[in-house]
Every structure is written in structure tokens, then in C-alpha cells.
Design a protein. Structure first.
Length: 124
């Protein structure tokens, strides 16, 4: 069975935008897991991993998230990893880069994370 991991910053993102994609892959025999902040008991999702994302890109929470994703990728042998949100995409990309097995990685960017506490300027 092929395996897909979808990464997003918040569970609401998955539930509001990705159910049609999840259905598409489920209908083609994929196991579909998600790594996201929050939990769901949606029957289309095989495994939901609750991970913490912090909007500050320099937060230690995000380093722990990358390590967790790397371990998750290694243990579950995913064929495809898909992300659509900026923060989750960066964390998943770093995890894939550090993994021995390199699954297909798809990131579709549709927006950027801007805020007072997330810029380099705010660190001065």
C-alpha cells in the first residue's frame, strides 16, 4: 500500500481545504496520514499526528517539530509528502532533506507568513 503524509500548520486547514484530496488518494488505495497541530477523528484519515507549530520561525518548538517529522518519515516509509502551508512546508522540507529515504515532496505555496514577531527585523 502506498502512503501519503499531508503536513499543515492547523487541523482547520486540513478539514476546510484538503478533504477532496484525501478522498482522491483514499480511492486509489493510499494510506493517508496527517501531521498537523490539532486532532480529528475523520474516518478518511488513517493516522493523525498532533504536532506543534509556532509562527516564530526561530522557536525551539519548530526544531522539535522537524525532528519529529524526520522520525515519522523514517518509521512510516511514506511515498509522498504533501504540504500547502508555509510553516508546515518548511518543516517538512527540512525533515525530508535530513531523511535517508527521500519520498516525493510536493509543496504548493499559496501564501506567506508575515507578522511582527516572525521577521528578522523583530529580532534586533
Amino acid at each position: 500500500m502506498k502512503k501519503l503524509l499531508i503536513c499543515a500548520s492547523r487541523i482547520s486547514h486540513i478539514l476546510n481545504f484538503h478533504i477532496p484530496y484525501i478522498e482522491y488518494f483514499k480511492n486509489r488505495g493510499f494510506q493517508v496520514d496527517i501531521a498537523v497541530q490539532g486532532m480529528t477523528d475523520n474516518p478518511l484519515i488513517d493516522n493523525c499526528y498532533d504536532i506543534k507549530f509556532t509562527k516564530n520561525p526561530f522557536s525551539p518548538d519548530n526544531i522539535r517539530t522537524v525532528r519529529f517529522l524526520k522520525k515519522l518519515i523514517s518509521e512510516n516509509d511514506y511515498d509522498i509528502i504533501y504540504s500547502n502551508s508555509t510553516l508546515a512546508g518548511a518543516a517538512a522540507r527540512l525533515a525530508v532533506m535530513q531523511s535517508k529515504k527521500k519520498p516525493y515532496f510536493i509543496h504548493i505555496s499559496h501564501g506567506y507568513m508575515f507578522g511582527e514577531k516572525s521577521s528578522l527585523k523583530s529580532k534586533n
